[in-house]
Write a protein that binds this ligand. Structure first.
Ligand code: ATP
Ligand code: FE2
Length: 323
């Protein structure tokens, strides 16, 4: 069986085709703001201009008739962007006469991670621009055991980077700077139960920068503090749930310092650490295609009248019918 997936919940526009075993094609055309952060309307404008050319490039690589199901990211995300994606998916579904499956974006991050690593029943740390959650399967749902109370870790990194004059996306630039950091400056470490918060830490880091601390030391202090929070909550979820696998997904999964901290924690506990290849860890069309395929095989179809966008779609809302 072959599925086509469209992702475009925020800045990334990506289309992918997969079968049960592998990614057959994956094409990206991300929106990059000229300055500042992401403007939902500009991003959706970008998606609607680039969608058709991107899909026709995809159909140069993959036979249209070979596709069995059309999957699209239904939410969570920015309303205007989601509407472009849903419209394109509906059109394709009508044109190719193939069923439509609306996919939860967070679930797609988790399932593509399980697909492309050996993780079976992991505690998932999902860290991206808009999201930061600790997730695990309980029965036929994924549950969020801890999450950010304000902004996602990726947005926090991007915000701090922008303040220090660096362009979007800031995460990779902060990572580079942090490698040359020497002195740790304490920052607010906010964990409440299993939830956490980053916005106070961003403000405090901006103040450090204003007071003349080097960008390298600011970046280093920020990463050490924020990633310690994420590692602590992930470890507590492992202990509480009696699990022994950690799966790191989302755009921030590319960060080597975060990977290292989680790996050390896992080694200490005799747990295993997994993360998928970078191109499948961040937002991508293949994860939507794969999850759509999985859902379709388990009886899910989204009728057109139910294909409305769901900006606040939660992973708990989806019944998981597969192993
Ligand atoms: P979502 O819709 O799930 O919130 P997203 O739109 O933020 O996803 P992703 O590709 O999952 O998209 O994540 C992008 C984020 O990842 C950006 O905030 C970016 O700065 C961050 N990022 C990318 N590479 C790194 C890195 N090496 N270190 C830290 N952060 C990174
Ligand atoms: Fe994402």
């Amino acid at each position: 069986m072959i599925a086509l997936g469209i992702e475009g919940t925020a800045w990334s526009l990506s289309v992918g085709v997969v079968n049960e075993n592998d990614v057959i094609a994956l094409l990206n055309d991300p929106y990059q703001p000229k300055e500042g952060g992401i403007h939902p309307r500009e991003a959706s404008q970008h998606h609607s201009e680039r969608m058709a050319p991107l899909l026709s490039r995809l159909f140069d690589k993959v036979e249209r008739d070979s596709i069995d199901v059309i999957a699209f990211s239904q939410g969570p995300g920015m309303g205007p962007c989601l509407r472009v994606v849903a419209t394109a998916a509906r059109l394709l579904s009508v044109k190719l006469k193939k069923p439509l499956v609306g996919v939860n974006h967070c679930l797609a991050h988790v399932e593509v991670g399980r697909w492309k690593t050996r993780a079976k029943r992991p505690v998932v740390l999902y860290v991206s621009g808009g999201n930061s959650q600790v997730i695990a399967r309980r029965g036929n749902r994924y549950r969020v055991f801890g999450e950010t109370l304000d902004i996602g870790i990726g947005n926090a990194l991007d915000k701090l980077a922008r303040y220090m004059g660096l362009k979007h996306p800031g995460g990779p630039k902060i990572e580079k700077l942090a490698e040359n950091g020497k002195k740790y400056h304490p920052l607010p470490y906010v964990v409440k139960g299993m939830d956490f918060s980053f916005s106070g830490m961003v403000t405090a880091a901006q103040k450090l920068y204003d007071s003349g601390v080097s960008p390298e030391d600011v970046a280093y202090s920020f990463q050490e503090t924020a990633f310690a929070i994420l590692t602590e909550v992930t470890e507590r979820a492992l202990a509480y749930l009696g699990l022994n696998e950690v799966l790191l997904v989302g755009g921030v999964a590319a960060n080597r310092r975060l990977q290292e901290m989680l790996r050390v924690m896992c080694d200490d506990r005799g747990a295993r650490f997994y993360t998928p290849p970078k191109e499948l860890a961040g937002d991508n069309g293949a994860m939507i295609a794969y999850t759509g395929l999985l859902m379709y095989k388990h009886g899910y179809v989204t009728p057109v009248e139910k294909s409305y966008v769901r900006p606040d779609f939660r992973i708990e809302d989806v019944e998981v019918r597969w192993d």
